[in-house]
Design a protein around this ligand. Structure first.
Ligand code: NAD
Ligand code: DAU
Length: 332
């Protein structure tokens, strides 16, 4: 397949491109990425020079450029987004542009160029907090923060393009991913890298919020399956079925690093913090998917990866990140 991947210089996109080119040696990938603070070409340094891989710097909101790079591809896989909830509370503007308007631009290009597939990568956050049980694909969407509301906009718009224009869309809604190359503003890489430096781990509120964690390569296999075998017009939940409270997760990270729990620093809660997310992933399981990385081993491997890749995260944490972090903590 000839793929256009958007946002492929970020965390999940870069893992996905590496996965696809390893699993499908005849595929080619064009990676269209704006290189925001979260995009990093170093995430795919191993593929630079591979004739199957092309990088194009650009914005998915630029319709002319999108048409240029999308012409002739078999599918568009749309990861490009502003992805961090805390930042969406500070500066929502870019979230609305990329996460909603950008998806409209992609859907229009797919429609006009008659591309056979658009995979829109959405999130479990569009369901909002789930008190009991698990969200199915039929559950109502009740997003609670600017990030998830803008993602819900893109998700619903993509589905609307299927209903109205028969644009061949599939949507995935996955739970919290973790693994290598995740920008260290997100809780697992932030806490691992802070702990490595004996710096405090800022735990929001009472630390009893629950997230359902999935190892990023398990999400990549689900995305690859949905891309090739998913039914057009359908939504697929992709969850790790491993719910953990933030406090327990934090303790486990410290245990793996041999660091004391005195590093845990309770801080003011995130405004509107969703208490719990949970997904019913039986629909994608019926397509033939199952997660292959048990949580404990995957977390251990992830902690080891950050320990062994200081050269990747140190420059990030000393650059733009520092200004953002100071702004965050001026508020708390
Ligand atoms: P990320 O922030 O690591 O990467 C986002 C990438 O998109 C970056 O490379 C960035 O430069 C690029 N980008 C941003 N705006 C762009 C624009 N206008 N045009 C082109 N490129 C642009 O994000 P991630 O964690 O890899 O998430 C990828 C996708 O998966 C997002 O759509 C996110 O909503 C979704 N998702 C993430 C998770 C998670 O746990 N990380 C879970 C569910 C869904
Ligand atoms: O659920 C899927 C979503 O998961 C994705 O759609 C988002 O793109 C992704 O960022 C992630 O959102 P979360 O808000 O769940 O992830 P984050 O890593 O920011 O936070 C995870 C939990 O940890 C959450 O309950 C907030 C808490 N937290 C986070 C940070 C950054 C802390 O307690 N302290 C922190 O410093």
């Amino acid at each position: 397949m000839r793929l256009l991947v958007t946002g492929g210089a970020g965390f999940i996109g870069s893992n996905f491109i590496r996965h696809v080119l390893a699993e499908h040696p005849d595929d080619t990938v064009v990676n269209l990425d704006k290189l925001t603070y979260a995009g990093n070409r170093a995430n795919l340094a191993d593929l630079e020079g591979d004739p199957r891989y092309t990088f194009v710097r650009g914005d998915i909101c630029d319709g002319g450029l999108v048409r240029e790079v999308a012409r002739g591809v078999d599918a568009v896989v749309s990861f490009a987004a502003e992805s961090h909830v805390d930042r969406s509370l500070l500066e929502p503007d870019a979230f609305l542009k990329t996460n909603t308007y950008g998806v409209y631009v992609l859907a229009e290009a797919v429609r006009e160029l008659r591309i056979p597939r658009l995979v829109q990568v959405s999130t479990d956050e569009v369901y909002g907090p789930i008190a009991d049980g698990a969200a199915t694909e039929e559950s109502p969407l009740r997003p609670t923060n600017p990030y998830s509301a803008a993602k819900a906009g893109g998700d619903l718009l993509a589905l609307a393009y299927w209903r109205t224009h028969r644009v061949p869309v599939v949507v995935t809604r996955s739970s919290n991913n973790f693994g290598p190359y995740q920008y260290p503003e997100k809780v697992i890489p932030l806490f691992v890298t802070n702990a490595l430096d004996d710096r405090p781990l800022p735990l929001y509120g009472d630390g009893r919020q629950v997230r359902d964690w999935i190892y990023v390569l398990d999400n990549c296999t689900a995305l690859d399956l949905v891309l090739r075998k998913g039914e057009t017009g359908e939504v697929y939940n992709v969850g790790g079925s491993h719910e953990v409270e933030n406090l327990a997760l934090t303790r486990e990270i410290l245990r793996l690093l041999g660091k004391p729990e005195t590093l845990i620093q309770p801080v003011t809660d995130r405004p509107g913090h969703d208490r719990r997310y949970a997904l019913d992933s039986s629909k994608v399981a019926r397509l033939g998917w199952a997660p292959r990385h048990p949580f404990a081993a995957a977390l251990e491997a992830t902690v080891r990866w950050y320990r062994e890749h200081e050269a990747w995260w140190r420059p990030i944490k000393s650059g733009e990140f520092r200004a953002y972090y100071e702004q965050q903590y001026a508020r708390r």
